[in-house]
Each structure stands twice: as C-alpha cells, then as structure tokens.
Ligand binder design. Structure first.
Ligand code: SF4
Length: 287
C-alpha cells in the first residue's frame, strides 16, 4: 500500500524580503496584505511543531523570508533546530532559507537540520521575467551545495506564472540534474498586490503536470503537491495521488491558509493510503 508523506511549514520570519520575485507576497516591494515579523517566538514555533507532529506530519520546514542566509538568520535557525531536535525528535527538520553556502549548510546540519528546501521556481530562461534582483544560477548553485553538504535536497517550482510548456519541461529537466529527494510542485495562487500576469491552469492541466513531473523525475522519492493545492484542484484534490503525488503539505502555507488538517487526513485515509512514519516509507524505485 502506498504511503503519503505529510510535510508542514513554519514561517519563522515573514514578509521581510527585499528581493523582487513577482510571485512572492513576502517581498516588501509589493505591499501584499500579509503578516510581517522578524522572528516568530520560540514558544509559538514549538507549539506548532508539537501540533503538527500530533497530526501525523513527518516534515517540519523552518522558512525565512530573505534572499539567503546571513549570520544572524543562520544562528536563529540553528537555535530553533537544536530546541526542536530535543523537544520533538520525531519530526524531520527541514530548512528553507534561500541561497546558502556549503559552510552554512553544514552548520545547519550539525544543529539538527536533515533536509534543505530551495526551489528552482521555473526555467532558467523564464526566471528573469519573474525576478530581476538575483539570477536563477544562484538557485541552482545552492541546490548543488545542498547535495555536497549531505543534507537531503528538496527542490521544485511553481506552475502557472506565465511560463510556457517548454519552460516547464526545462525546469523539470534541470531538477532531474540535481536529483532532489522530494519535489514540491506549487500552483501559483495569485495575490492582487503582485505584478504578475498568471496563466491559470485547469484541473486537468495541473494533473497532467504532476504526471509529467513523476515521469521525468524517476529518481525522486516524493512528488509533493504544495502551495495552491486547494485553489487549483478544488473538489478534485483526491486525484493528485493517482497522478503521481505521494506527499502534501498539511496545515497552512507561508502566507495563505490551507485546508483543515483533519479534512486532509480523512481524504488520505479514505483513499486507502497510510501515512508515512519514516522517509524510507516513500522511497521509490521507478527505474
Ligand atoms: S527571495 Fe524568496 S522570500 Fe524573497 S521575494 Fe524571492 S521568493 Fe520571496
């Protein structure tokens, strides 16, 4: 029986980024109506971690809103990782803190972080249309650093930002080169403050993109449907698993609200899936 890996997200610093990514409501440039704070208090993070663990989440991702790690952010993430490793040891801690050097990643690793999430977002060609303050190549290099560090690489992207079919293929083949263990697929959820002309995807097109990702990324253990699941798939969310997904985000996203966790848990069980208790439960071998 297939098992579903449940991941959860904790926005430990929100809405403070100076970059200009047109798809991101956390950029200070677009004044989206979101919560903005420098550091979430440790008590709140611990409470969220315990709650997510009790619901069955295995992954817990510590996300910051900056282009990349600086010394202060690195120490903040490391101190949280040390506390959570001690207090909620069953959770697999993931960091998602933008561009990072090999040395910074090794520090995260020694503090208890097990995986690093850094998305390519889209193709190398299309990236300058959605971001002008840093190049796509930096994103790719950070993913290479993750692989060199021995942390598990989590990398994916966003569909529906105005990119072409060729851009989607190009991103998926770039991901294949990097060989991520888990591939988060986000479906762009438009915020009216953002200067993007999205290309809304139909449910069938979105399911086809999951299938395509699963077909190309044969080595990845997990295809995770992440942001935009609820608005994109609506009443047809159950179909994402037959299309090839074996991981979802439980609870809220960075700046948008997810479904009630119990609704998702019910859906997973109703479909006959078990919840993964270890990452090995989702190890795949499609070759
Ligand atoms: S670098 Fe990251 S946090 Fe900053 S605007 Fe871009 S996507 Fe958002």
């Amino acid at each position: 029986m297939s098992k579903i890996f449940l991941c959860s997200i904790c926005n430990i610093n929100s809405g403070t980024c100076n970059e200009d990514c047109k798809f991101c409501s956390q950029s200070v440039k677009y004044k989206a109506d979101i919560q903005r704070y420098i550091q979430k208090p440790m008590e709140s993070i611990l409470q969220e971690a315990r709650q997510m663990e009790s619901l069955g989440a295995l992954g817990f991702c510590l996300v910051t809103a900056h282009k990349g790690l600086d010394d202060k952010t690195l120490e903040f993430v490391c101190s949280i990782a040390r506390t959570l490793s001690r207090e909620v040891p069953r959770l697999r801690l993931i960091a998602c803190n933008g561009t990072a050097t090999l040395e910074q990643l090794l520090e995260l690793k020694s503090a208890g972080i097990r995986a690093y999430n850094h998305n390519l977002e889209t193709s190398q060609n299309f990236y300058p249309s959605v971001c002008t303050t840093h190049p796509w190549s930096e994103r790719y290099e950070t993913c290479e650093n993750v692989n060199a560090s021995g942390l598990t690489l989590i990398s994916g992207g966003i569909f529906g930002m105005g990119e072409t079919s060729d851009d989607r293929l190009s991103m998926l083949y770039s991901l294949k080169e990097l060989n991520p263990t888990s591939v988060p697929l986000n479906f762009y959820h438009h915020n009216s403050a953002l200067p993007l002309n999205p290309n809304p995807l139909t449910v069938n097109e979105s399911l086809e993109l999951i299938r395509l990702s699963r077909t190309i990324l044969t080595q990845a253990d997990r295809i995770m449907v992440a942001g935009g699941r609820e608005v994109t798939f609506g009443a047809r969310q159950e179909e994402i698993f037959a299309a090839g997904a074996n991981s979802i985000v439980l609870g809220n996203y960075l700046t948008t609200t997810g479904r009630e966790a119990h609704t998702d848990l019910e859906m997973v069980r109703k479909l006959g899936f078990d919840i993964a208790l270890t990452p090995e439960d989702t190890t795949t071998n499609l070759n």
